[in-house]
Each structure stands twice: as C-alpha cells, then as structure tokens.
Design a binder for this molecule. Structure first.
Ligand code: PLP
Length: 442
C-alpha cells in the first residue's frame, strides 16, 4: 500500500496552474495525482490503489512497471542514450527485423507515437502512388496532429476543420446500428458496396489509400463481420488503392494477435502502430511498409524525418516489451481471458436493461448502453453525455476502478497481464454501476 503524500493537493494545483491538459476545457479537469503502479494497479497521492481497467490510454499492455522493460530501458540509457536518425544502431536493426516478422511486411519508419505514424503513412502513400486522396471512416480516430486529426472521422476533428485536403469518408462496419438502416446482414454487404461506389464517384486514379483502424477502438470496438476485410482487400486491390491498417490501439496483443486484421487473414500494405509497441514505457510509433513500397524508396526520395526517429531508448523499450509478450505468453492469456470476459459481458447484456450491445475481442471490449433495448435509443447522445452516464462513471471512479467511458459506451481494456480475479473485481464494480443506471431509467 502506498503512503499518502501530504503535498498531493499542491501537486495537482501546480499541474493545473502551469500545464495544459489534453482534450479539455481546463477548468473542468480533475487529474488524479499518480505516484506509481505495479501490474494492473496504480497508486495516487492520497494513498489509494486503483485497478487500471483502461491500461491508461489502452496502451499499457504489459501493465505498470514491468521489471524487464524497466531493466532494458536502464541498460540502453547506460550504454547510449541518443543516436540521430541517420545512424545505424543495434536496436534499430533488432526492432526493424522483429516488426517485419510480426507484420509480414518489409521495413519500418520510426516515429514517436500513433499520430505521427499515421501522418507519415499518409505522406508515404501519397509519395508512392502519386495520388492525393485518402479514404477514411466516420467512426475513427487516427491522432491529433493536423493530418491524422483531419483523417479521423471522430468529432475530435471538428475544431480543426476543414483540415488537410483530400480526405473522403465512408461508413463503418457498425453492425449494431447500420448507418443506412436495414438489417446487419444487409449492411454486411452494403458496408463494402457503398465504398466501391464512393471510389468510382471520386475517381479511383485520385485515391492513394484507405486508412482504417484494424478494429475501431475509441469509437466503440466496432468488430467487422468476417467477410469485411477479405472483401475490402480485394476491392482496394481492384483499384490499386493501398490499405493502411492503423493498429495503434488494436495491435500488439490487445485482441490476442499482433494485428487485429490477422484475425481475418489479410495483409495490409502499410501498418501503423504505437501504444502497445512499447506499452507506453517510452514514446514510439512505427510505419511498417510492404516490400513494393520499400523498394520504391530505394531510388526515390523519402521526404520525411524526425530528430527522434529511431530513438535508441524507445527502441530498446519496444524490444523488451515484445519479448515480454512472447516469454509470458500474454497473447494466449489475452485470448483465453478474453473468452471469459466476452461471456461475462454477454451475461450483463441479458441481466441489465441498459446494456444494448456488447462487442469484445481479446481484452478489447465495450458495453454500448441504451435507454431502451428495442428502440436502441442511446443512453447519451453522440458526442455528448447524460446524467445516467455521469452517474455510471462517478460510481466506478468512487470504487477506484479506472475506466474509459465516452458517449453511451463503457470500455473494458485492462492490461494484458490482468488475472481473472482482478478482472472479476473490476466487473463487479461495473455491475453495481449498471444496476444504478437501470434504476434511473426505470
Ligand atoms: N490511432 C488510433 C487508432 C488511436 O487510438 C490513437 C490514440 O488513441 C492514435 C492513432 C494516436 O496515437 P498517439 O496518441 O500516440 O499519437
């Protein structure tokens, strides 16, 4: 148990006085003073222990303070803290080779996070194809830099609109709410055929790539039907359009595989990754490209670079983190525990009136909450909140479970090292909160 810190209120006050917090109206921020952590738990300055049911930002896959990753970071700091991006290093060779192996692609370009990875993937696709447009999906988030924020469909893009030119959006494989009406089975076909129509109307020769989240994360764990990716891959091949697979959130074990798209047996042309690549221990992202794209840049100029591209300490953290996945069989654990979690969530759907849909794959899960199961009226509006969602979040927080909720959705995305007992403890708190919501909606 951590000791309470006498200065915790002052630390919070100074954080708020001297720094800006992301995605917030500053007056409304209530940061927790985090002082440490271990495994599935972290500690606050008041001496509380929190169960991290969201792996921070769905990135801390090996849990807090994993000793093997810490050791690798310390060793790299001692031997060489920095090398510029044009130098060859041991860690660069080792991680590049590993990423080629796990993605089935050829070469990696390193960035500092997911936004920059998507930014560079878009640029690489444009340079390689000589075309300008990028197709993306409405319910998607690709990052907060200008290009990746404009490429996102999520309302987080609204403040920077019109954003970069050339973004064309299509609908998502959101089977619970087919966007054009009709049944889920009709939409299974429609969510591909309407993309073909968009491609034809835009002009296939103008489209460089389609950028998709392997499995959409912060817009609600939208698990596509099994036919989606094989059909999308074939469609894009037909028009010579690249498939960029953003695995920033869904990759590196979150769904029990290296890439979420590996569940569907396809290989993208470009993969972007970050988050679970280092489990957040150091900032790192990567754009991994296929052999054809890599070959193109053998004799064409790669117009891009970052001072911290290939930062040795970040690469060392990633190498150690990927070893932990394999040595501790974390993907197998994720699949096994994920099956159990899926069953538990299905049982909650049967038990609570407010649970309209559950979507779960590995330890990547969401409960979609409604006022009425028949009409599917959301418990909070798109891009908004409601007293019921506020009550749900407040209850979970009061029990020191750290959870991600947004709009009418509540996620379960714990570190992949979580045990069944820890998972059960968090789910028990979720059940209390769902019962409170059921009382409110009567
Ligand atoms: N892509 C996806 C799917 C994400 O979920 C995120 C962040 O949540 C990003 C990109 C942006 O990554 P970063 O915050 O590391 O820049």
């Amino acid at each position: 148990m951590p000791e309470p810190r006498p200065d915790t209120q002052q630390v919070i006050a100074e954080n708020r006085e001297y720094t800006l917090f992301s995605w917030s109206v500053q007056q409304q921020t209530h940061p927790i003073h985090m002082t440490g952590g271990r495994g599935s738990y972290f500690y606050d300055g008041d001496g509380n222990t929190w169960l991290d049911f969201s792996s921070q930002l769905i990135n801390l896959n090996v849990g807090h303070q994993h000793p093997k990753v810490l050791e690798a970071i310390k060793a790299q700091v001692d031997s060489m803290c920095f090398a510029g991006p044009s130098f060859a290093t041991d860690v660069r060779a080792e991680l590049g080779k590993k990423l080629a192996e796990v993605t089935g692609l050829a070469k990696s370009f390193f960035t500092l996070g997911g936004s920059e990875a998507n930014e560079n993937a878009i640029k690489i696709a444009k340079l390689y194809t000589g075309r300008d447009k990028i197709i993306t999906r409405y319910r998607s988030y690709h990052g907060a830099t200008m290009g990746s924020m404009s490429a996102s469909g999520d309302p987080r893009r609204w403040p920077v609109e019109p954003g970069i030119p050339g973004i064309v959006r299509v609908f998502d494989p959101y089977m619970y709410r087919p966007p054009m009406g009709g049944s889920a089975s009709e939409w299974e076909d429609g969510c591909i055929t309407h993309i073909e129509e968009v491609i034809q109307l835009e002009g296939p020769h103008t489209i460089a790539a389609m950028l998709v989240e392997g499995i959409t994360g912060s817009n609600g764990v939208l698990i596509p039907p099994d036919s989606y990716y094989p059909r999308l891959r074939a469609l894009l091949d037909k028009y010579d359009i690249l498939l960029i697979d953003d695995e920033v959130m869904s990759g590196f074990g979150r769904t029990g595989k290296w890439l979420a798209t590996q569940h569907y047996g396809i290989v993208p042309d470009i993969v972007t990754c970050a988050k679970g690549l280092t489990s957040g221990y150091m900032p790192l992202g990567a754009v991994v490209v296929n052999q054809k794209i890599a070959d193109y840049f053998e004799n064409h100029f790669l117009a891009g670079g970052l001072t911290y591209s290939g930062h040795p300490v970040s690469l060392a953290a990633a190498i150690a983190n990927l070893k932990v996945y394999e040595e501790e069989h974390l993907f197998e654990h994720t699949l096994e525990l994920g099956n159990y979690l899926g069953e538990r969530l299905e049982a909650m759907k049967r038990k609570y009136a407010c649970v309209g849909d559950v979507r779960s794959i590995g330890l990547f899960s969401v409960l979609e909450l409604v006022r009425d199961k028949k009409t599917k009226e959301p418990l909070a509006p798109y891009n908004g909140t409601s007293p019921e969602m506020a009550k749900l979040a407040a209850h979970i927080k009061s029990k020191h479970v750290y959870a991600f909720s947004r709009f009418n959705m509540l996620w379960v995305c714990p570190p992949l090292v979580i045990t069944k007992e820890e998972l059960d403890a968090g789910l028990a708190v979720y059940e209390e909160a769902l019962a409170l919501v059921d009382e409110m909606i009567g």
